[in-house]
Design a protein around this ligand. Structure first.
Ligand code: C2E
Ligand code: CA
Ligand code: CA
Length: 563
């Protein structure tokens, strides 16, 4: 050690060190009374003079004895064990002052003989760091758009609360994507905020936790004291949610009234609660509510579990169905009023060794959800074109014959769909005149330009465009008239018993009149009886398809019967 500066006593020098050091310093005796501290510490606790502190305990500093106790416990521990306590994160709650956060170190103070005579502490003020950390932690648990709890927070809350009975609601807005696509994302965001407000008041009233899971999905979680009427209470909450969401939204001079919600409900009960299962089950129930036509709620149940398991199984086998050559196209003939064969619809069949014959109504939606519809759709196109090649003699004699294929709305998300089809057709030396493309109204409903451009491109190349299942969707007149559509295929639900049902007759009449006005053809599908056929024909429809003529049949059979 170098000599101390001249004229300064050792005591004075120690004082200078204590006041210069960028730390708060204090020391206490074995009774936990203060022996000394530096100025910075006095400032923190709002004491003017060191004499106000010396000889006092922490009870003298803190208004609230509970604030002093943890600090005294640490001191006592250091004195009793003789071991340091480092990096204690603690607060400094001083009346009338902003709350400070400290990182404190405490070490035993020993005399020359090594005997513990007290405790020495230092601390740094880390309020900024702690505030920053808390803000980040809070953000990680909060949905920034609505200020609601997010999925993590919800999971955290469920995991850390103790309960025996609880219910979880998954709430998914209906048609929200459409609102977003048509009115723009900023209006969409405003709607989500309003939805959050409405749901929050329901949550408050029912003492439930509300969270936004993401996108247009919200969740309510409610704990029950007893199992008695939990189902009834959840029903009540779900009904309140449906009512509140179905009320119109007034945003930026737009009145939006088309939003509903599909709600799935699951229980998370019992000793060893499986929270992730609860989430999965609420999700499954929510999809079931969507499948039930939306704007309703469904409880998870065993049948749903089985249906979901079957779906998973189907999807699993569907992955290899093309490689394993399990698909077949069957053909259903189409006729005009003079019973002349004018075309056929190619319909997909899946012969699964594991699952048996699976209906396309069952596996096409699964293929669509999983994206598998694209390779499967390509297989359908290839197979249908091979059939057209085999029919080239027939096509020479009947150049207007059209083979119709069903193309899913999902396939229309692919920008290159039109060019893919064109390439395949020309590489086989076929004419686009002999192929029609059946699309559903949902393709028209899709407001992205991709689908519209594909329809226009296909039409320009000479393919016919048929709107399938017409009348069941939401086609707008303006959309219909703006697109180059050749034919409206009247959905079979309108044809069934049309000869005895005047409402259906009026509806079909309207469809046919509209088609005529727009310069489109009509074809009736699902014609099962002569009477149905006669009625539709009298209304002005001139093409027919259905069991009255033939069921869909294999290629061999079709060739044998019709070509
Ligand atoms: P869709 O396009 O409306 O096909 C007509 C459905 O009605 C076919 O059912 C057909 O067998 C059935 N049908 C025909 N005539 C009658 C009748 O007189 N009465 C009744 N009740 N039904 C009749 P299928 O073959 O089971 O196909 C069901 C749906 O699966 C199709 O409805 C279509 O949406 C979809 N689908 C079939 N094949 C394909 C395909 O290759 N690609 C795509 N994307 N979807 C397909
Ligand atoms: Ca069809
Ligand atoms: Ca149809």
């Amino acid at each position: 050690m170098s000599d101390k500066p001249e004229g300064i006593s050792a005591e004075e020098l120690l004082r200078i060190v204590l006041e210069s050091i960028p730390l708060r310093v204090f020391w206490k005796d074995l009774d936990l009374n203060y022996l000394g501290a530096n100025r910075k510490l006095l400032d923190d606790i709002g004491f003017k003079h060191i004499d106000d502190l010396i000889g006092q305990s922490d009870y003298h500093i803190y208004e609230n004895p509970e604030d002093a106790d943890p600090k005294r416990n640490d001191d006592r521990e250091v004195i009793q064990t003789g071991k340091s306590k480092l990096d204690i994160e603690e607060s400094l709650p001083i009346d009338g002052k902003e709350l400070k956060w400290l990182r404190t170190n405490k070490v035993p103070m020993k005399n020359a003989n090594g005997k513990i005579i007290g405790v020495l502490g230092t601390y740094q003020v880390i309020t900024d760091q702690v505030n920053y950390r808390q803000r980040i932690e809070k953000q990680a648990f909060i949905d920034p758009l609505t200020g609601l709890a997010n999925r993590r927070k919800l999971q955290h809350e469920i995991t850390s609360s103790s309960f025996d009975y609880s219910g979880l609601l998954f709430i998914d807005l209906d048609h929200f994507k459409h609102v977003n696509d048509t009115l723009g994302h900023s209006i969409g965001d405003l709607i989500l905020q309003k939805v959050a407000q409405r749901l929050q008041s329901i949550a408050n009233k029912n003492h439930a936790l509300l969270a936004r899971l993401g996108g247009d999905e919200f969740s309510l979680f409610k704990i029950f004291e007893s199992p008695e009427d939990k189902e009834a209470q959840l029903k009540q909450i779900a009904a309140e949610v449906l009512t509140s969401i179905s009320k119109s939204f007034n945003i930026d001079h737009h009145i939006i009234s088309s939003i509903g919600a599909s709600i799935g409900i699951a229980f998370i009960d019992g000793e060893n609660k499986h929270i992730s299962n609860g989430f999965i089950e609420a999700d499954i129930a929510m999809y079931s509510a969507k499948a039930q036509g939306r704007n309703n709620y469904q409880f998870f149940n065993e049948n749903l579990r089985l249906a979901t398991e079957k779906k998973h199984k189907l999807l699993n086998y569907l992955h290899t169905a093309i490689q394993r050559n399990e698909f077949e196209l069957v053909y259903q003939p189409q006729f005009d009023s003079s019973e002349k064969l004018v075309g056929a619809e190619a319909l997909l069949r899946w012969h699964s060794p594991e699952m048996g014959a699976v209906s396309p109504s069952e596996f096409i939606p699964i293929a669509e959800d999983s994206g598998l519809i694209c390779p499967i759709g390509n297989w359908v196109i290839d197979e249908a074109l091979s059939t057209l090649v085999r029919w080239h003699h027939h096509l020479k004699e009947n150049p207007n014959f059209k083979l119709a294929i069903n193309v899913s709305s999902i396939q229309f998300h692919d920008k290159s769909l039109a060019s893919t089809i064109c390439q395949k057709v020309s590489s086989k030396g076929l004419s686009s005149k002999n192929l029609s493309i059946e699309i559903t109204e949902s393709v028209l409903f899709d407001y992205t330009d991709t689908s519209t451009n594909t329809i226009i491109a296909l039409k320009n190349k000479g393919f016919s465009i048929v709107v399938d299942d017409f009348g069941t969707g939401y086609s707008s007149l303006s959309k219909l008239s703006s697109l180059p559509i050749d034919t409206l295929k009247i959905d079979r639900s309108f044809i069934k018993n049309i000869d005895t049902n005047q409402t259906k007759e009026k509806l079909v009449k309207t469809i046919i009149n509209m088609a005529t006005l727009l310069g489109m053809n009509t074809i009736a599908e699902g014609v099962e009886t002569d009477q149905e056929r006669l009625t539709v024909e009298q209304l002005g429809c001139n093409q027919f398809q259905g069991y009255a003529y033939s069921k869909p049949i294999s290629l061999e059979k079709f060739n044998e019967l019709y070509l």
